[in-house]
Design a protein around this ligand. Structure first.
Ligand SMILES: *Cc1c(COP(=O)(O)O)cnc(C)c1O
Length: 370
């Protein structure tokens, strides 16, 4: 077989551990998964009835243009329906964009550490990859501009950034957009947009009218609680959407995903409620970090990256054996940190109790060594 050489350098995406596998391995009754930034409050009740009434459509192909969901979302965002493209999760949109613009003759610029799929897809397309280290957990936009060359077709911005939870302030983003050549597509991944509370955050959707080379990616997987149904969307100038569309599989978003997303948009009360509860939950982690002198990045998302100054896998393993699945920072570019999804008040309390115990043990061990 003559595989693309670059494919052989990649490993498949390593997802957070599954609840079932951990239950079995450690003989635990209850497992709390706070590893993949899913919504601990589930999804809107309106989604459930939308799914039920869709059950009989099972044998029928989905609407390839996603007309109903498209119209609903266009009205909600106050954009023309032609400014939207849908993906089987926003992961799928990252793939479509890469397929359309990246190749061995092109380069692409991204931060590091950031969401792994930008790099992964760029490797598959054989593009030259330029990774610009974060500065104190934030995008180095000047560094990213410097890294661009005449072959740069795509620049990836993740704001708020996964795994740090930090965001790009409005003035910094605007200055960046002014300087990026119009031949380069700026991808602004806003998977955590609905969680943002910062005052100096921008309105990305309205920026797509001013900057015809900007595409904004959002998803129903995070605050909307529909990760299993795989629905993401992109918003951009109609010319960008038109160019990307042929690279999209015809039926990439299934009927259940479409019906669920449509219903979910209608329940903004649920979204607001989750956003509020998330801030309360984040505060539990902030308080804990202050109490124990732990460093973390202030987060605009539903996760927090905490630096324990020891091997992140050790913390991860300790929590895992006691029924809490989180992500070790090791695979995320922060080897001494752990990324924790903000759960319900009770889930956070439970996890923090175990972390507290872990830190006490650590301290005792160190005293013993002396
Ligand atoms: C979770 C996540 C995604 C993927 O979302 P899907 O719509 O489920 O594919 C994309 N970008 C970032 C930054 C994420 O954290």
């Amino acid at each position: 077989m003559r595989w693309k050489e670059q494919l052989l350098t990649l490993t498949p995406y390593q997802p957070g551990k599954s609840i079932e596998s951990v239950k079995k391995q450690f003989q635990l009754e209850q497992i709390i998964k706070l590893a993949s930034n899913e919504n601990p409050f589930g999804c809107s009740n309106m989604v459930l009835s939308a799914l039920q009434s869709n059950l009989l459509n099972m044998p029928i192909y989905p609407d390839g243009y996603a007309s109903s969901m498209r119209d609903e979302l266009a009205a909600f965002l106050q954009v023309e329906p032609e400014k939207l493209i849908f993906g089987n999760g926003s992961d799928n949109l990252i793939q479509i964009i890469s397929r359309a613009l990246l190749h061995p003759g092109a380069s692409t610029v991204m931060a590091t550490p950031t969401f792994s799929q930008y790099r992964h897809n760029a490797v598959i397309e054989g593009a030259v990859i330029k990774e610009v280290p974060l500065l104190n957990g934030e995008h180095d936009l000047h560094g990213m501009l410097d890294a661009m060359d005449e072959k740069t077709n795509v620049v990836w911005l993740c704001s708020p950034n996964n795994p740090t939870g930090t965001y790009i302030p409005e003035t910094a983003l605007l200055a960046f957009l002014e300087k990026v050549p119009s031949s380069c597509l700026v991808v602004l991944d806003e998977a955590y947009y609905e969680y943002v509370v910062a005052d100096d955050y921008y309105d990305a959707i309205s920026l797509t009218s001013k900057y015809p080379n900007l595409i904004v990616l959002r998803t129903f997987s995070k605050i909307y609680g529909l990760a299993s149904l795989r629905v993401g969307y992109g918003v951009a100038n109609p010319a960008i959407i038109k160019a990307l569309e042929p690279g999209r599989e015809p039926f990439n978003v299934n009927s259940f995903g479409q019906a669920a997303a449509l219903a979910a948009i209608e329940d903004q009360e649920f979204v607001e409620e989750c956003k509020k509860k998330n801030r309360t939950g984040l505060q539990q982690y902030y308080d804990f970090c202050h109490q124990h002198g732990l460093e973390y990045f202030p987060s605009q998302t539903n996760f927090i990256l905490i630096d324990f100054k020891i091997d992140g896998d050790t913390v991860f393993q300790y929590l895992l054996e006691r029924g809490y699945i989180v992500r070790s920072g090791k695979a995320l570019g922060f080897p001494t940190s752990v990324r924790i999804t903000v759960g319900t008040t009770e889930q956070n309390e439970g996890l923090l109790r175990i972390l507290d115990e872990f830190l006490v043990n650590q301290r005792e061990e160190q005293l013993f060594k002396k």
